[in-house]
Design a protein around this ligand. Sequence first.
Ligand code: ATP
Ligand code: MN
Length: 480
Amino acid sequence: MQHIEISKILTSKPAAIEITVKGWVRSFRSNRFIALNDGSTIKNLQCVVDFENFDEKLLDKITVGAAIAVSGELVASLGQGQDVEIQVEKIEILGEADPEEVKLTILSPKRHTLETLREQAHLRIRTNTFGAIMRVRSKLAFAVHEYFQKNNFHYFHSPIITGSDAEGAGEMFRVSVLDPKSPPLNDAGEVDYKQDFFEKESNLTVSGQLEAETYAMGLGKVYTFGPTFRAENSNTSRHLAEFWMIEPEMAFFDLDANMDLAEDFIKYVVKYALDHCADDLEFLENRLLQEEKNKPQAERSEMTLRDKLKFIIENNFKRVTYTEAIEILKRSKPNQKKKFKFLIDEWGADLQSEHERFLVEKHFKCPVILFDYPAKIKAFYMRLNDDGKTVRAMDILFPGIGEIVGGSQREERYDVLLDKMKAMDISEEELYWYLDLRKFGTCVHSGFGLGFERLVQFVTGMGNIRDVIPYPRTPGNAEF
Ligand code: ATP
Ligand code: MN
C-alpha cells in the first residue's frame, strides 16, 4: 500500500479506511504508543498498538531509531496533544536499531549538546532541532528563488572553479591535479601550473560577483545562489569555509535602488518563513527560550524568535553613512571606557563585529544599512564618490549576526576603474574581460552578496553557523 506523509495525515479528518505510514520510531511508551516521525513535519504521529494482538518478538523490535511501516485506521485521538492517531492493525519492521548501540549515539532519548550533535552530523537530522532547522533552510532557499523569479531576475550559475584570483574577497582553495609530492617546476623553481589541468592556477570561487556582472550586462537582472569557498582561518560562529551565497546583480540600479532591493528581499524571505514554517519556528523559539534560561538576564533577548522576525518585516532598516557611524562609535560608552577590543579613534578605521553589533543591538536597536565607506577599506570595483575618498558600498548589519549583506554600486567608468586597479595592484591582464564591460555599453549597476547561512541563523535563532548547514566545513574539519 502506498504510504502517506505524516504532515498530510495530521491535517486529515478521521476516516474508516486503512492507511499506511512509514517513519522512524521516536519513542514507544507502555508497549502501546509509538511516536513516529517521517521528517515531513516536526510533529510525531501517535500510533496506538493493542499489544495483546501482536507477537512479542515484533514488539521488541519497535525501538528508538528503528524504521517501521504501520497500517491502520485514522481515528480521533482520546489523548491530549493530537487530534488524530492511528489505530494500528499491521506493523512491519523495515530497519531495526539495536538499543544497545543506539545508547551510544545521539539517537538515545536524552538531551545532547549541540557540540555532541555536531560530532554525529550524520544522525543529528533525526532530532527535532535539526529537523526544524533544515526544513526552514529548505523553505528559505525556495523563497529566495521565488522572490527573484517573481521580480523578473534570471538565475545565473556562476562558475565554481575560477581562473581569476583577483577578486580578493578572501583566501582561496587551490584546484590542482598536480602530484603534491613532486610537482613539475619551472625555470624559476616554482610550481609550473602550465602543466596543471587548466594550464594555469585555478581556485574555488570566493564570490560569483564579477561573472554575475557580465551577465547583468546582457540579461539586466540576474542572481546567483550557489556554494562559495573561503580558506579563511577564522574560527568564529559566523564563518564557514564552504557557504552558500546569494548574489543579485542589476543593470541600471544605483546604490539606493540596491539598498531598497536588499531590504525588500530580506523582508520577503523572512515573511515566507513565518508564513510557511509555523510549527518549526514555534519549536525553535521554545528551544531558544530554554537555552537562554541558562544565561544571565542581561544576555537574554528581549523578544522571542518570532517577534524578532516580525520586527524585521514591520520596521524600516536604518540607513546611516559610515561617517555618521564613526561619530556614534567614537562617542559611545564602550569606546570611551575602552571596552572595545579595537578602539575607534579616527575616520577610516575598519569596523569590527563588536562595533557593528554595538550599532545594531545597543544604539539603533534595528537592522542597519551602513553606506559610503572609505575607499581604502573596500574592494576595487566599488564606485568612487565625488569626494574622492568614499565609495558607494553598503553593508547590512543584523542583530545577533553582524554583517549579513555586503554590496555596492559598481564602478562603471573605465578610467576610474583602471586607475583603481593599478593603485590596488590588481592585474588588468587577468581582468581584461571585466574591464571590457566598461568599454562596451557600460552603465550604472549594482549588486550585493548575502550569506545564506547567516540568514538561516537569524531565522532559526541558532547561535553557531555550524548548526545551520548539514555538513559544516571549518578549519580542521571536513568530516563526512
Ligand atoms: P565578514 O566581514 O563577516 O567576514 P565579508 O566582508 O568577508 O564578511 P563579503 O565578502 O562581503 O563578506 O561577502 C558577502 C556576504 O557573505 C557577507 O555579508 C556574509 O553574509 C557572507 N559571508 C562572508 N564570508 C562568510 C563565511 N566565511 N561564512 C559564511 N558566510 C560568509
Ligand atoms: Mn570575511
